[in-house]
Design a binder for this molecule. Structure first.
Ligand SMILES: [Zn+2]
Length: 459
């Protein structure tokens, strides 16, 4: 039998199938009943609101017609679409009308995916079986809506082309850069594959479990490497510095596709920012989407990667003390801490960096600067905090969160603060803010906060 029906209108914004008119549906149904037209496969997503969906596969097609006919013939209650206890032409007509109309899928969580494709298995098989939770619009809690990750965004951004998944955390970043002669030296601040790989590996190693059972975060960096990754590009000129925000926003307005707002972070790799003598390795919004990496003559894969992770950490809600701004804590083992930004995270418990690009996992012990106990160190391995050449077994007080040697309580020296109190580690990975970026470009409503990171390799 040849059948045609009026297919619902796929909305490019939501993926939701809209109802076509009753008249159109009725006409199509009658046409179909008369067997006059050709059959076209349906792609409509059907849900419980679809009386013509008889096979439960989320697609209206010839199989639904066949099952309806069998059930009608057998007098099964589901085929009594006219609901009068009689199996007659009115039921057939009701079926044809429903088939012709297409379906409104039920989308309980308003994420752009019908409940019937959100199978809740945690395994993504395709747009017809997404594995996502029908009652959670962001199943993997990465700030990207399930429907956007499966079908693309309302603004036409093809997120699947970037390899994102609705059941595994993803972060998207576009990097634009300058290249040329800066302050008398030729420099090219374009990210390299080596730098990008170091960042990717750091996020992939994150101790976070995804709905699909994998661990880690998939960070996607567009630096113009080809294919879908065509956003990242070289910026014109070779300014010794640009202003953050004014110049930054002007470049962003020109070079950052508007449909990436709310989905991608935007970074500029430049020589310096704000002044030609600024020795600040970067600047970032806290809980936002903008940041810069500015390493001038110290630009290298390693330095750029660790600074990238540091600055986007600010975008993700991390501060120089994790949950607080207090810097240089010897027991805060994160590249967010100036103590570890360039030396890297500590992997052997001596509180000094070992080149690992990582955020803190919050494993270190508290240190009360008024009652320091060297045998305890930061994680049970003794540390000579006062640098007197041995491990003291008596408690003492000292101001430890300093870039240089520790100083007595009440003095600051090179320390972030002058007072002595309890220093705490932070579970950075567990305290990332995964809230959706707003199209207005900030993650949170309210005052905008910027971190200028006055740290430099070797400082
Ligand atoms: Zn910083």
């Amino acid at each position: 039998m040849l059948i045609r029906y009026a297919r619902g209108l796929d909305s490019p914004d939501t993926g939701i199938v809209m109802r076509s008119g009753l008249v159109h549906g009725l006409k199509a149904g009658v046409v179909a009943w008369l067997g006059l037209a050709s059959f076209a496969p349906a792609s409509a997503h059907a849900g419980a609101a679809c009386p013509a969906e008889f096979t439960g596969d989320c697609v209206l097609d010839i199989s639904d017609v066949l099952v309806f006919v069998v059930e009608f013939d057998a007098g099964k209650p589901g085929a009594d679409l006219h609901a009068d206890g009689v199996y007659d032409f009115l039921d057939v007509l009701a079926f044809l009308i429903a088939f012709g109309e297409g379906c409104d899928p039920i989308d309980s969580d308003f994420d752009g995916l019908g409940d019937c494709v959100e199978t809740g298995t945690g395994v993504y098989l395709g747009p017809g079986d997404t594995g996502t939770d029908p009652d959670d619009p962001d199943t993997d809690r990465d700030g990207l809506r399930d429907g956007d990750e499966v079908l693309g965004t309302p603004g036409g951004l093809d997120l699947p082309a970037f390899g994102v998944s609705p059941v595994r955390r993803d972060i998207l970043v576009e990097v634009d850069w300058f290249a040329g002669e800066f302050q008398g030296s030729m420099r090219d601040f374009r990210p390299t594959p080596g730098m990008v790989e170091r960042v990717r590996a750091a996020f992939a190693d994150a101790p976070l479990v995804n709905p699909d059972g994998t661990t880690g975060v998939n960070i996607v960096i567009d630096y113009g490497q080809g294919g879908a990754f065509a956003g990242g590009q070289q910026l014109p000129g070779s300014p010794d510095f640009i202003q953050f925000d004014d110049d930054f926003n002007a470049y962003k307005a020109l070079r950052f596709a508007s449909n990436r707002k709310g989905y991608f972070h935007y970074a500029i790799f430049a020589n310096r920012y704000n002044t030609a003598t600024n020795v600040s390795s970067g600047v970032a919004e806290i809980n936002g989407d903008d940041f810069m990496v500015t390493l001038a003559g110290s630009f290298s894969d390693y330095n750029a990667a660790t600074t990238f992770v540091h600055e986007i950490g600010h975008n993700l809600n991390l501060r120089h003390g994790g949950f607080e701004n207090r810097n240089y804590k010897p027991n805060y083992n994160s590249v967010m801490n100036y103590r570890h930004q360039f030396p890297g995270a500590d992997t052997d418990g001596d509180s000094f960096g070992n080149g690992r690009t990582d955020y803190s996992r919050g494993l270190n012990l508290d240190i009360d600067e008024n009652f320091i106990f060297e045998p305890q160190g930061v994680i049970g391995i003794p540390i000579d905090f006062n640098r007197d050449g041995d491990i003291d077994t008596a408690f003492y007080a000292l101001n430890l969160n300093c870039s240089g040697p520790p100083v007595p309580c009440g003095t600051s020296g090179t320390c972030y603060d002058s007072f002595c109190s309890t220093l705490r580690d932070n579970d950075d990975w567990g305290s990332i803010n995964w809230q959706r970026l707003l199209v207005s470009e900030d993650r949170l409503p309210g005052p905008r906060e910027i971190s200028e990171c006055d740290n430099w390799p070797g400082k």
